[in-house]
Design a protein around this ligand. Structure first.
Ligand SMILES: [Zn+2]
Length: 339
């Protein structure tokens, strides 16, 4: 576990692993354990002391979060965003700057430089100081080099916790200064149960789409989920396969279907048909495997691939102001030609 690392005098840890497996939560648990005044025998925080209460409330003065503005808005209560929104002129030149009013997805060099004030004074509460920086790959080269100098000459009693989805995108010199900890993808069974408890309608599909990361699955389900009646109507049409008619399509598509989510559902359906033909297994619709297997047997390869192409075009064009109902109807009519 992580706390023993700090006991060994490690001053920088880089947690890496698939997006949405809970790395930031783990970083927070780690920070809480290191700041706790009465940690348990197994190294975990007590959850009761003043330090734990401050950390849980995102108000511990010796814990500093460094996040892109967009992430800080999601993660931290407003008072704790240590970087107030700045004008674009203050942003670093480069891929993250100059995005109009959109919150930046980049960790700017100013944010990293601001750490030197925090690190230049003794810990307020007399214990360790913690810096949690996520995601590490959101630093541009200038920001990363500024951080590197701090990692090369670490201030006493300070632990840096870096988080990265893509280890390869983190500067090698930074990686080499950190103890790398790979956060594994959790077992699917408890994830599926948890997603169902969170109200995700198709937990298996959501988890598969997120490659097994439960938090990523929940986030994408929240952003892209279809109303239950829309997805039920789509599945009813898709499951008819060769028996589907244009009249049923016209009657079955609602007035204003959310195009991206509908297209995504159909792409997953097409993927499973192809997967079943090739390997007799499904990825996104384990609960509909019986239907998929029947349909896969009567689908034609060329028709299936034409439908996949059409879905790809619709997916790429889905930001365009097209008539949503017509788009979905036309894709479902294309599905009839698969058989
Ligand atoms: Zn505690």
């Amino acid at each position: 576990m992580l706390p023993p690392l700090a006991a060994r005098g490690v001053h920088a840890v880089l947690l890496h692993g698939l997006r949405g497996v809970g790395k930031k939560s783990l970083a927070l648990d780690f920070a809480t354990a290191l700041l706790c005044a009465a940690p348990q025998a197994d190294g975990h925080a007590c959850g009761q002391c003043e330090e734990c209460r401050l950390t849980a409330g995102f108000s511990h003065p010796d814990l500093r979060w460094v996040l892109p503005q967009a992430l800080a808005e999601d993660l931290l209560p407003p008072a704790q965003e240590d970087e107030p929104p700045t004008s674009d002129s203050a942003a670093e030149p480069g891929e993250g700057g100059g995005r109009g009013t959109k919150a930046s997805r980049e960790i700017r060099v100013e944010q990293v430089r601001a750490l030197s004030d925090f690190l230049g004074i003794a810990a307020y509460r007399g214990g360790r100081r913690l810096v949690v920086l996520a995601p590490a790959e959101a630093m541009n080269a200038t920001a990363a080099n500024t951080l590197l100098k701090m990692l090369e000459e670490p201030p006493p009693a300070t632990v840096f916790v870096l988080v990265a989805d893509e280890l390869d995108d983190v500067l090698p010199t930074i990686r080499s200064r950190c103890v790398l900890v790979q956060v594994p993808v959790p077992e699917p069974k408890p994830c599926l149960q948890w997603l169902a408890e969170q109200g995700v309608a198709e937990p298996a599909a959501a988890l598969a789409l997120a490659s097994g990361g439960p938090l990523a699955a929940l986030a994408s389900a929240a952003h892209e989920s279809l109303p239950a009646e829309t997805s039920a109507a789509l599945y009813r049409l898709l499951e008819r396969g060769p028996a589907l008619t244009a009249a049923q399509v016209a009657a079955g598509v609602g007035r204003d279907p959310p195009v991206p989510a509908c297209v995504r559902l159909m792409q997953c359906w097409a993927f499973d048909l192809i997967q079943y033909r090739a390997r007799e297994c499904v990825r996104y619709h384990p609960q509909r495997e019986a239907s998929i297997s029947k349909l896969a047997a009567s689908a034609r390869s060329d028709g299936l691939w034409r439908w996949v192409d059409a879905l790809g075009v619709a997916s790429a064009a889905r930001e365009h102001p097209l008539n949503a109902r017509l788009v979905i109807e036309s894709l479902l009519t294309g599905y009839i030609d698969v058989f």
